[in-house]
Design a protein around this ligand. Structure first.
Ligand SMILES: NC(=O)c1ccc[n+]([C@@H]2O[C@H](COP(=O)([O-])OP(=O)(O)OC[C@H]3O[C@@H](n4cnc5c(N)ncnc54)[C@H](OP(=O)(O)O)[C@@H]3O)[C@@H](O)[C@H]2O)c1
Length: 295
């Protein structure tokens, strides 16, 4: 974009995270000017054109400089340890005061005072809630096991998931934030964002195996074995209960394909094959990586 007057400045919170990084990339790809918020700018690693600012969502006063001159902002609803933020009202008020016109909010799966504050804002701020299903990036949690043992060990191998590529969450966010059509199409909407396919764990290991060039095994754990593993990994009981509940009772949106990505971005949702190709290196040992490069 050459006309700088038309360049929109967007603040991205959670910018160093799985989704936020993609929101940043998709905004840049659409010619926006991006300001990325982090509690620790020294650790952040962004393209040179990104303006990095320090701020903490639990301390709204720290956000005032970050919101200056910004037309739209992407918000997360949690702080450290995914604790729901209770500073939503202040953040929304600060955003409105700074002249922000549009917000996207990454839904956190549970009750969220921040999301409520955005949805109920009487300050004229347009908003879109992003409700992605399971992230494809969760498969990176298998990378160590696949590199060292060539397999994954999981309960509920037939569980279904319409998992979504994080880049597509970023793309939907970017379109809603930039509002290229200058209309209210995305305002007041809660978008369920999914990938293009419904996959079982059998499908996922097959796809990862094909991407890395060597098959991946799947050992199905009983629920008892899965609980033992999660406890040994230090997972709190509440999280263990939640995980098992979701595995055994995946909500219908989590195992159904929605057309949101195509409808909003005018591009087909990225497949797990594409995701696995992008991340194949994470699932290969050094030796396998060398062999793949020689091919
Ligand atoms: N995984 C899934 O399958 C899935 C599916 C649907 C929804 N979700 C939801 O997605 C969310 C997680 O997103 P993610 O994976 O992108 O996060 P993530 O990769 O874990 O990144 C966490 C981000 O939060 C920022 N952060 C934490 N506390 C902060 C604070 N007090 N002030 C400012 N920034 C703070 C961190 O920034 P700095 O450290 O740089 O400050 C970092 O950018 C959760 O709400 C989860 O419920 C996940």
């Amino acid at each position: 974009m050459t006309n700088t007057e038309n360049v929109q400045k967007v603040l991205v919170t959670g910018a160093t995270g799985t989704v936020g990084r993609q929101v940043v990339a998709e905004l840049l790809a659409r010619g926006a000017s991006v300001r990325a918020l982090t509690r620790d700018p020294a650790k952040a690693d962004f393209p040179a054109e990104v303006e990095v600012v320090r701020g903490d969502l639990t301390d709204p006063a720290s956000l005032a400089p970050a919101l200056e001159g910004v037309e739209a902002a992407h918000l997360i609803v949690f702080g450290e340890g995914y604790a729901p933020l209770d500073t939503g009202e202040e953040i929304v008020a600060l955003a409105a005061k700074a002249g922000v016109r549009r917000l996207t909010v990454l839904h956190g799966g549970g009750e969220s005072p921040l999301e409520d504050a955005v949805r109920g804002n009487g300050l004229g701020l347009r908003w879109t809630v992003l409700m992605p299903v399971e992230f494809m990036a969760n498969a990176l949690g298998w990378a160590d096991g696949i590199r060292s043992h060539g397999r994954i060990e999981e309960p509920y191998a037939d569980r279904l998931s319409s998992m979504v590529h994080e880049a597509d969450i970023g793309a939907v966010a970017a379109v809603a934030l930039l509002d290229e059509a200058r209309d209210a199409r995305h305002h007041g909407r809660a978008y369920v964002i999914t990938g293009p396919d419904v996959l079982t764990l059998h499908d996922k290991v097959r796809v990862i195996g094909a991407a890395r060039g060597e098959p991946v095994g799947l050992v199905e754990l009983t629920e008892g074995q899965a609980v033992e593993r999660m406890r040994a990994a230090g997972m709190p009981q509440e999280t263990i209960d939640f995980m098992l509940y979701v595995y055994g009772n995946t909500p219908v949106e989590g195992r159904t394909v929605a057309t949101t990505v195509q409808d909003v971005t005018r591009r087909p949702a990225r497949t797990f094959e594409e995701w696995a190709a992008d991340h194949a290196a994470a699932f290969r040992t050094k030796q396998q990586g060398k062999r793949a490069q020689e091919k």
